[in-house]
Design a binder for this molecule. Structure first.
Ligand code: AMP
Ligand code: ZN
Ligand code: FE
Ligand code: FE
Length: 286
């Protein structure tokens, strides 16, 4: 099975991706991927229909999520895999994020208003994804990329990147971190759901002291293959994983039109890693 590639990190329009889960699955198959996990930010809504759709095509879809957590004020993304999609520990944490995000998004809108930029709550809740007709009807995670799209639409900034640079990025004038949910509690919820907890894109953690502390926490693995991260960093994170007997994961972090630079499948894991997760997931499903 040397051609086996499974992308374990991508986003659908249930968070800040632009593709429907069914399109992600069809594109994964068309591009020769043998497995996929959709890891939306703080939600597992995609799985309500995607698992049935994937099963109808006999395509192995692994349950996944990317939780927003915080450690010493730094934003940390944690991937969870292999839980049952309706597990109450996962859905409870997702629900906590619904409240956290609503509150935080309203504070960002208030910050923008102070800066002379008016976006209403209604505009944000109904924000359209280019090329998707009815995304606003879904129960989806709304985040800074959606605010960025509105800033572009209103002609305030030319593109999403500048929206982050000028207004929404960490430390920029409209930024608000929102309520902080700890890494420890996030790992605990994933483990309570019998899932695997993985440090996402470790190269984005700027402070080495923070990464050092995370490496002492009860994670199950680290995402060492990530989009265009490069072999030097990969080797560093692979070594960290091996020293701890952790799993080594990988994925593209594909977002579709919203962040068009990472194509689906540009990073992936082999069959051994994928089936470690997937067989565990199947064992929970019976
Ligand atoms: P949120 O979860 O609402 O705080 O938004 C975070 C998401 O915004 C990340 O997962 C990225 O997809 C996106 N993002 C963060 N920083 C940037 C940036 N500088 N440019 C474009 N997208 C970004
Ligand atoms: Zn995202
Ligand atoms: Fe992330
Ligand atoms: Fe992501």
């Amino acid at each position: 099975m040397s051609n086996f590639r499974a992308d374990l990190h991508c986003h659908s329009l249930f968070s800040d991706g632009s593709d429907h889960p069914e399109k992600l699955i069809l594109d994964a198959i068309a591009s020769g991927l043998s497995g996929l996990s959709i890891t939306d930010h703080d939600t597992v809504e995609a799985y309500k229909e995607a698992l049935t759709f994937a099963a109808s095509l006999q395509f192995p879809l692994l349950t996944g999520v990317e939780f927003s957590a915080s450690h010493r004020g730094e934003s940390i993304h944690i991937l969870g895999y292999g839980f049952l999609p309706l597990d109450r520990h996962i859905t409870a944490l997702c629900q906590k994020h619904v409240t956290r995000r609503l509150d935080r998004n309203l504070r960002i809108l208030a910050n923008l208003k102070r800066l002379g930029v008016v976006i209403t709550r209604d505009e944000l809740e109904n924000v359209q994804i280019p090329s998707v007709d009815d995304a606003q009807k879904l129960k989806r995670t709304i985040g800074r990329p959606h605010i960025a799209l509105l800033l572009v639409e209103k002609g305030i900034v030319p593109n999403v990147k500048e929206a982050f640079q000028k207004y929404l990025g960490e430390g920029k004038p409209a930024f608000d971190p929102g309520e902080r949910i700890s890494v420890e509690n996030t790992i605990a919820a994933i483990h309570a759901a019998k899932g695997f907890a993985i440090i996402a894109h470790p190269h984005l953690i700027e402070k080495t002291s923070i990464l050092r502390e995370l490496l002492r926490m009860p994670f199950d693995g680290i995402e060492a293959y990530y989009a265009k991260m490069g072999p030097e960093k990969e080797a560093k994170y692979i070594k960290m994983a091996q020293e701890r007997k952790w799993l080594i994961t990988g994925g593209s972090d594909y977002h579709g039109l919203i962040k068009p630079h990472n194509p689906l499948g540009c990073s992936w894991v082999n069959d051994t890693t994928f089936y470690h997760f997937y067989n565990h997931y199947l064992s929970l499903s019976v």
